[in-house]
Design a protein around this ligand. Structure first.
Ligand code: CA
Length: 251
């Protein structure tokens, strides 16, 4: 595979598959496609893609199950492509491990922007040729956080709770990092959506209610992995109607 990153399109609709192929090719990916869920899981295993677009309505297994299976072995950025009527279902998709979603018909520009933003966020196994020299990587170098028995190292993209290393998705890691960085300052859900899109916090771009709900789902997943409690949080405190912040330090 060399230096070229692989993008995998899992989609049974020929026209959409070709459209996504064009977008990802233009974004510099070596694009492979699968037209069923089972084929997609196999391809993900073989190709170790950096990005996967996943259709929710596949002929064999549904997109939720495909995401769940791929998440067992891959930290690829998974973006679900769903029909508008399925928008609520996307939350289930995020629970099953997808990072993001777009509703069809989507603008190719939107998909390109999402993928580009995600590729600026490093993966757990840093690709040195990609990260070295990038300003955000340099600024974050050596940044480590410790809070109530949780340790996060930005450099190695690792998180441990009471010395036990956890496996987080890139999105979960970035959300946790954003809260640790903010300290006791509240991060609104819109802030966090912008963070995941690699936009400045105060840019004022439009964030939909569904986007904010997707942050809630990722936070729920993160909470589960950390073994944190929403009622009596050790790390992730919900600020009702606003967003999240870090729970106070324990004595
Ligand atoms: Ca379909």
């Amino acid at each position: 595979m060399g230096d070229t990153r692989v993008g995998l399109v899992i989609e049974d609709d020929h026209d959409i598959r070709e459209l996504v192929r064009v977008v990802l090719t233009q974004a510099g990916f070596d694009v492979r496609a699968a037209s069923s869920g089972a084929e997609g899981v196999l391809a993900a295993k073989e190709l170790d893609p950096a990005v996967i677009t996943l259709d929710l309505g596949l002929p064999d297994i549904d997109g939720f199950e495909v995401a769940r299976q791929i998440r067992q072995f891959s930290d690829a950025y998974i973006v679900m492509l769903t029909a508008r009527a399925e928008e609520l279902d996307t939350l289930i998709g995020l629970e099953s491990g997808a990072d993001d979603y777009l509703t069809k018909p989507f603008r190719p520009r939107e998909l390109r922007a999402r993928v580009a933003a995600m590729m600026r966020r490093p993966r757990s196994t840093p690709d040195l040729t990609e990260e070295a020299g990038s300003p955000s990587a340099a600024a974050n170098e050596g940044r480590k956080y410790a809070h109530n028995g949780l340790d996060l190292s930005y450099d190695s993209r690792t998180v441990a709770v009471d010395g036990q290393e956890l496996s987080l998705t890139r999105t979960e890691f970035d959300l946790l990092h954003a809260l640790l960085e903010a300290g006791r300052m509240v991060r609104t859900k819109a802030d966090l959506v912008r963070r995941l899109r690699d936009e400045p916090y105060d840019v004022g771009s439009y964030i939909s209610e569904a986007d904010e709900r997707s942050v809630e789902v990722h936070m729920g997943n993160l909470r589960k992995k950390l073994g944190d409690s929403a009622q009596n949080p050790r790390w992730l405190q919900t600020v009702r109607g606003v967003g999240y912040r870090l729970a106070p330090a324990e004595d």
